[in-house]
Design a protein around this ligand. Structure first.
Ligand SMILES: Nc1ncnc2c1ncn2[C@@H]1O[C@H](COP(=O)(O)OP(=O)(O)OP(=O)(O)O)[C@@H](O)[C@H]1O
Ligand SMILES: [Mg+2]
Length: 318
């Protein structure tokens, strides 16, 4: 289906493409430690923290994937007026992502902290607001996006349901004339009519149209396309790979992972590679195959990982 020469042609264009990611910024924190005893205060382990790391998460993980692939990447979203907001903006710049961020004094920067010991996650602590943005913050964000939109090749909406993605924002993006790729939050499904392509995982796809578990993926996909009035859809199926819907045809693409360590962020990799490959001259099938290879690689790495162009090309058979 996709050989390395064809993949090379596509991947060589990555560096010339400009992509804007719009969505919920999350600061991913990891506390790495060791457990040597049970707390005298309560029947819980005491974690002795040895290392602390931070990564751009949520929508900014999509942006990180894009910049690692060589794309010129812009990240539009909201941070709080706090230390985490500054850390996140610094991380974006470090990873070669241009921030198009608005500071919202009324909310904290979304933070997810994982405590990891004995090679497993013991606890996750979230700090966040899921409220809709204030109208003033929303219009400031739209104004900032307006300045960037004319130069970008595509927009990716990475909706983690923390309030950035709204009806007004989606209307504005859909009327921009740019292709709009959406990683959906099922509760916002009604906002996505008329977009270019959506990349739900299986569970999200079923939730979008409130389908029964007994319904087939094929039927769920067709209904989604009808509702959204789109002719392309990609449903990711975890260990079973993905299903690409184009008009009346469905292509099942088997998963490519050789080893599986950490599946978090695989969906972010899928939408980043799919969009970038599409605007770089790939057909939908070629873009989906490339995305599937890339996701197969990142699930084999510990922690969310991003793939660079050379690594991606090495994954494709000659
Ligand atoms: N266990 C697995 N084995 C092989 N490949 C996998 C596995 N899990 C995920 N993948 C790859 O990653 C892609 C996306 O995975 P999945 O459908 O789980 O997305 P997701 O639930 O949106 O992920 P995320 O955690 O980022 O939200 C799949 O289409 C497949 O290519
Ligand atoms: Mg996902």
């Amino acid at each position: 289906m996709l050989n390395r020469d064809k993949a090379k042609q596509i991947v060589n264009n990555f560096k010339n493409k400009k992509i804007l990611v719009v969505g919920d910024l999350i600061l991913d924190k990891y506390l790495w430690g060791e457990v040597e005893r049970i707390s005298p205060e309560a029947p819980v382990p005491v974690v002795d923290v040895r290392k602390e790391t931070v990564n751009p998460g949520g929508a900014s993980n999509v942006a990180w994937n894009l910049s690692s692939l060589g794309a010129q990447t812009y990240m539009a979203g909201v941070v709080g007026k706090d230390e985490n907001g500054k850390i996140l903006e610094r991380l974006l710049i470090e990873k070669n992502i241009k921030p198009v961020t608005v500071v919202d004094e009324s909310r904290p920067t979304t933070e997810k902290t994982r405590i990891i010991a004995v090679s497993q996650q013991l606890l996750r602590i979230d700090r966040e607001s899921k409220e809709n943005l204030d109208k003033s913050v929303e219009s400031l964000l739209v104004e900032n996006i307006k300045d960037i939109l004319p130069v970008v090749d595509a927009v990716i909406v990475s909706d983690y349901g923390k309030g950035v993605v709204s009806a007004a924002l989606m209307e504005f993006l859909k009327n921009s004339g740019k292709p709009v790729f959406v990683d959906p939050k099922p509760s916002n499904f009604y906002l996505y009519e008329g977009i270019t392509v959506m990349t739900p995982n299986r569970k999200e796809a079923y939730q979008c149209i409130k389908a029964e578990k007994t319904e087939s993926v094929e039927s769920v996909g067709r209904k989604i396309m009808e509702e959204l009035k789109t002719d392309t859809l990609l449903i990711t199926l975890g260990a079973e790979g993905m299903a690409l819907f184009e008009g009346d045809s469905i292509t099942k693409i088997p998963a490519k992972a050789r080893k599986v360590f950490d599946v978090t962020g695989a969906g972010d990799t899928v939408i980043a590679v799919l969009s970038l490959a599409k605007v770089s001259g790939a057909s939908w099938k070629e873009a989906a195959y490339l995305a599937n290879y890339a996701a197969g690689y990142v699930v084999g790495e510990i922690g969310t990982a991003a793939v660079d162009p050379e690594t991606l090309l090495r994954l494709i058979p000659q």
